[in-house]
Design a protein. Structure first.
Length: 186
């Protein structure tokens, strides 16, 4: 679909659709000067605000692992989520790296080239969760490519064909709920 139809369906401006396409928030291909928007990806993004609401349910396994051998490495790497929390200027900032084990359901549905490419992109990606809204400079991290919840959830993840940014932002919301639940239990 084109940007005008996508904007009407999402109830946003055409400029917003173009920005989402450019930044990988939705899957889209540029043909000449026009964007062709993937309808399924757009539908997922439209439903994202509902997904970002914390849900009650089983606690996420923050100690999950994923084993992968990166290109050029002889030995496999065991990936485990790393969660670090600090307070800077009165703002609590939680940074999560090692995202692959938390996305195994999505990785399992990809073909081999997509999975390998996505794992390579995830290798340097992180999620940052803050307790303060700030859409411009939510975390002070210059690599932030996408955000949600008025800057409280950000990621440096760059979308791949098999894993849109919206899925990683959804993971960020689930992690926030999981971390908040674990903290409340202490």
């Amino acid at each position: 679909m084109n940007t005008t139809a996508a904007a009407a369906q999402a109830n946003v401006t055409v400029a917003t659709i173009r920005k989402w396409a450019r930044t990988g928030v939705i899957t889209a291909a540029k043909t000449g000067r026009r964007w062709v928007i993937d309808a399924a990806s757009l539908s997922y993004r439209i439903g994202l605000p509902a997904l970002l609401k914390p849900t009650k349910g089983p606690r996420m396994d923050h100690a999950a692992t994923y084993t992968h051998t990166y290109a050029g490495h002889a030995e496999p790497t065991i990936i485990t989520p790393q969660i670090k929390t600090r307070v800077r200027g009165g703002v609590t900032i939680t940074s999560i790296t090692g995202l692959a084990p938390l996305l195994t359901d999505h990785l399992a549905t990809m073909n081999e080239p997509q999975r390998l490419h996505t794992l390579e992109v995830l290798r340097t990606a992180r999620i940052v969760i803050t307790d303060t809204a700030d859409e411009d400079e939510a975390t002070g991290i210059t690599q932030t490519t996408s955000w949600a919840d008025h800057g409280r959830l950000t990621t440096t993840y760059d979308a791949t064909a098999g894993l849109p940014v919206a899925v990683v932002l959804n993971l960020a919301a689930r992690l926030r709920a999981s971390i908040d639940t674990a903290t409340a239990a202490l």
